[in-house]
Design a protein around this ligand. Structure first.
Ligand code: NAD
Length: 508
């Protein structure tokens, strides 16, 4: 490693860029620390790539596309088969790294990797996924068929909360379709995506097909405006996603932006109490509430309002500790800044008159006194105008809203601008059917708290949680990463007689 004078501590390693098949040291003068959120230990220094390095990554992807797009489907699928095997083999190493840089428990980190691994497994079916359609004899002797072709250099911009799953939503599907890729991971936890990239190269991804640059707003804007990038997959907050969508589409790119959320879980009085409360408490506080599909609002209908003490009792049993420690339920939030932001929102909730049922602000964790911990926190008596209801808190916080009927619950949710996920807990098939039909949210769970679809389906957040019409993975992403060419063909042999020049447009 070449010492870089811009680094304030050389104890930790530097994160490399991946350009044209080589892991290279950035020449930038701007470096940020990758910090363990439980200990504040500096794990590595991440460069904010220079404009020239970003251009070099895109140029490598553009050059590689010339040959990669012609690589047979089966050869691309075989690389994905190898990649899924390597991810399985290295699962523990990836999960340990992920837990250290992101803060989630090792078990949850394995879940993060596993949900991405499932997408790689699905990518192995590209032979049938990328098939076109064929209709014989659409007119006399005329056949029409479609071909799904790759589109060029694609880019991905990913958030901190799933540093394995979300990069794996993107680059395997993009490259297995015949595109090349430039990934810009979150600067807060770039080590996990770099491990995945190493495995991708080992699996046989040719040089230039996958490139990685690091950075913040400047790198993101460079991606959005780069003339050689044709499509961008973004996952992150609403503010940044909207910016990426607007800038990217203004520059002629396809953009899919999966953004912020406020997910409601509705508990009906006829719900199985134990199952529902366990599910909602787990879905609210797991991963310290830093999941885009976390339950953040619990809506108690009628008699279910009597279950608040039981919810609080269950939340109190959760153990707050570093993700590396056995038995941890709730790890730290990603950064000191994130902790301060969440604490500020909790203060607002108190000021606005919500009832603080459980206060996690003062939690102390022995041995990890510097960690960014917030214990499970619950507010009841929350109204839809309060800031803790209108804002995505992205921390271990449950806000409870009371309503009297299912209709009221549906109206509340449909008025909320976000549409990522929602859930209903009930034993009534009629209530469930009404809910799934009338609710205006893209992903619905019926007695399932975090309804993230498996990869044969697509991730289908909606309304304020998404910009662009096609979501990540599944069939939708095949459409996103390909363009359809429609061929209409007629063949003449020597025996065919010509009817002369035809100036009409019909095919007969
Ligand atoms: P973020 O928007 O801060 O960061 C996302 C990416 O944008 C990162 O790569 C970051 O480097 C970059 N970025 C940050 N600030 C930027 C700026 N000003 N201009 C340009 N780029 C910038 O998001 P985050 O905090 O890393 O992740 C949490 C958010 O992501 C939450 O809002 C969560 O709901 C959302 N999320 C959504 C989904 C989904 O599928 N809908 C999934 C996961 C996370």
């Amino acid at each position: 490693m070449t010492p870089n004078p811009a680094l304030n501590s050389l104890a930790a390693d530097t994160v490399k860029l991946l350009i044209n098949g080589a892991f290279v040291e950035s020449q930038t003068t701007e470096w940020h620390d990758v910090i363990n959120p439980a200990t504040q230990q500096i794990l590595a220094h991440v460069p904010f790539a220079t404009d020239a390095e970003i251009d070099a990554a895109v140029a490598a992807a553009k050059e590689a596309y010339k040959t990669w797009k012609h690589t047979p489907l089966a050869a691309r699928a075989r690389i994905m088969l190898k990649l899924q095997a390597l991810i399985r083999e290295h699962m523990n190493r990836i999960a340990q790294t992920l837990s250290a840089e992101q803060g989630k428990t090792v078990a949850d980190a394995e879940g993060d990797v596993f949900r991405g691994l499932e997408v790689v497994e699905h990518a192995c079916s590209i032979g049938s996924l990328q098939m076109g359609e064929f209709a014989e004899n659409v007119a006399g002797g005329v056949d029409t068929y479609t071909i799904r072709q790759p589109i060029g250099v694609c880019a991905g911009i990913t958030p901190f909360n799933f540093p394995a799953m979300i990069p794996l939503w993107m680059f395997p599907m993009a490259i297995v379709c015949g595109n090349t890729f430039v990934l810009k991971p979150s600067e807060q936890d770039p080590l996990t995506p770099m491990l995945l990239a190493e495995l991708a190269l080992q699996a046989g991804v040719p040089r230039g097909v996958l490139n990685i640059i690091h950075g913040g707003k400047r790198a993101v804007d460079a991606i959005c405006t780069h003339p050689d990038i044709v499509a961008i997959s973004f996952v992150g907050s609403t503010a940044v996603g909207t910016h990426v969508y607007n800038l990217g589409t203004q520059h002629g790119k396809r953009v899919q932006a999966m953004m912020g959320a406020k997910n409601h879980a509705v508990i009906m009085p006829d719900a199985n109490k134990e199952h529902s409360l366990n599910a909602v408490v787990g879905a609210t506080f797991g991963a310290a509430g830093q999941r885009c599909m976390a339950t953040s609002v619990t809506v108690l209908v009628g008699e279910a309002q009597q279950w608040i003490p039981a919810i609080v009792a269950k939340a109190k049993t959760l153990k707050v500790n570093a993700g590396s420690e056995k038995g941890t339920d709730v790890g730290p939030v990603i950064s000191r800044a994130a902790k301060q932001r969440i604490l500020g929102l909790l203060e607002e909730g108190i000021k606005e008159g919500a009832k603080l049922e459980l206060d996690g602000r003062g939690v102390k964790v022995n041995g990890f006194e510097n960690g960014n911990f917030i214990g499970p926190t619950i507010f009841s008596g929350v109204t839809p105008t309060m800031k803790i209801y209108t804002t995505e808190i992205f921390g271990p916080v449950m806000v409870i809203v009371n309503v009297q009927t299912l209709d009221e619950a549906i109206e509340l949710i449909n008025k909320n601008p976000f549409g990522n996920g929602t859930g209903l807990f009930t034993q009534s098939g009629a209530a469930a059917r009404k809910f799934q039909s009338e609710i205006d949210v893209g992903q619905v769970g019926i007695n399932v708290p975090i309804p993230v679809p498996v990869p044969f389906f697509s991730f289908t957040g909606s309304r304020g949680s998404k910009l662009g019409d096609l979501g990540p993975y599944g069939k939708q992403v095949i459409h996103f990463y390909t363009q359809t060419k429609t061929v209409t063909a007629r063949w003449f042999d020597d025996s065919t007689t010509s009817g002369g020049v035809n100036t009409t447009i019909s095919l007969k």
